[in-house]
Design a protein around this ligand. Structure first.
Ligand code: ZN
Length: 265
């Protein structure tokens, strides 16, 4: 009997000895270095939040101030350009030409006229041929390689992974299909409201919404497009708040910034 108790005690002791500590890798089952590598790639794809920061309706007199923030932050930024703005003044045109030299910036088509203000939006989209002509006219005002469009006043999508047209823009998108125009159209997920240029707590609300969206278990929910406008940064506070948004996304949430053209197709 004593011998049996001794054997039992010995078995229990040796089992405890084999039990791995909390963080120890399972014995004899350590993943190879290639497995570890692919695991880390999957983890990055699953959790990495990717931000597309897009500025519409420029060039404008406030654009150089925005540029000074973006240059300090050293992030990829996208500008959807209105040709009529370049024609509006030699100053706007020179601001745009200067920005073209910046390797962190890309420029895209936001139509030549942007003729939607003062309730003209319905009238504008009523004639798809004219809208398309407005978009085509703007090609001369942006780099020839640019193949991204944002429609004036409408969050419409035409990419491989996202499609959205509404009643108002259906004619235009059908016409583009018919004419085999393969430019992609980018809408947006969140927009920078006027109040955010004044009140930093509104920027926090925006960040919360972005993080919430990125955690949804939908394909590509970690890709977030932010729309903002050059003309909204006409004060020191507005520029500080823009800096705050970028810093928080970059340093607290470890987001990476990409150009519109890098949006998954
Ligand atoms: Zn616009």
């Amino acid at each position: 009997m004593r011998f049996l108790v001794f054997i039992l005690f010995f078995i229990v002791l040796s089992c405890q000895h084999d039990k791995p500590s909390f963080n120890a890798p399972p014995k004899g089952n350590a993943p190879s270095s290639s497995l570890l590598k692919s695991d880390s790639i999957i983890a990055e794809q699953d959790t990495g939040l990717i931000i597309y920061l897009t500025f519409d309706d420029g060039p404008y007199k406030t654009t150089p101030k925005i540029v000074s923030v973006l240059e300090k932050e050293n992030i990829k930024s996208s500008f959807f350009i209105i040709g009529a703005q370049r024609d509006r003044s030699p100053l706007f045109d020179s601001i745009y030409r200067r920005n073209l030299q910046n390797p962190m910036f890309r420029f895209y088509n936001h139509s030549y006229s942007h003729a939607i203000t003062k309730g003209r939006i319905k009238k504008y989209y009523k004639n798809p041929e004219n809208v398309l002509a407005d978009i085509e006219k703007n090609r001369a005002y942006i780099p020839s390689t640019s193949k991204m469009i944002r429609l004036p006043g409408k969050t419409i999508w035409r990419t491989g992974i996202r499609k959205r047209k509404d009643k108002m823009t259906a004619g235009l998108l059908d016409l583009m299909d018919e004419k085999k125009i393969d430019d992609r159209i980018m809408g947006w997920d969140f927009s920078w409201k006027k109040e955010m240029s004044k009140d930093v707590s509104r920027v926090d609300t925006l960040i919360t919404k972005i993080i919430k969206k990125s955690k949804k278990k939908k394909p590509y929910s970690n890709h977030v497009v932010i729309l903002t406008h050059d003309y909204l940064y006409n004060s020191k506070t507005a520029l500080e708040n823009l800096t705050y948004l970028i810093d928080q996304l970059k340093n607290k949430y470890h987001c990476s910034f990409r150009w519109a053209e890098e949006y998954p197709n």
